[in-house]
Design a protein around this ligand. Structure first.
Ligand SMILES: [Zn+2]
Length: 89
């Protein structure tokens, strides 16, 4: 196998890895945007983004986020349902 062939295969693998990395980043970004859109739609009537998670109080890096992660969002939702059922809301 020639050096040129090895180099071209190596470059191809690098490009493939770059494409896979870019795809993974894009997927993560798409999921974050979808989560934020879901949170805004679901809680926009009751909550506003204030830089802190509305469940645990942690600082949030993203300015428009209501919760630090999906677990806090689910826990908040569960707590609100429990409050509604028990008549506290
Ligand atoms: Zn949180």
């Amino acid at each position: 196998m020639s050096i040129a062939t090895l180099l071209s295969q190596s470059r191809g693998e690098d490009r493939c890895a770059d494409i896979i990395d870019m795809s993974a980043h894009q997927t993560a970004l798409d999921l974050t945007i979808a989560l934020l859109a879901h949170q805004r739609k679901k809680f926009s009537k009751r909550l506003y983004a204030n830089g802190e998670c509305h469940f645990c109080g942690e600082d949030i890096a993203h300015a428009n986020a209501l919760f630090c992660d999906s677990y806090c969002c689910e826990d908040y939702e569960r707590l609100q349902k429990q409050k509604e059922i028990s008549g506290l809301m």
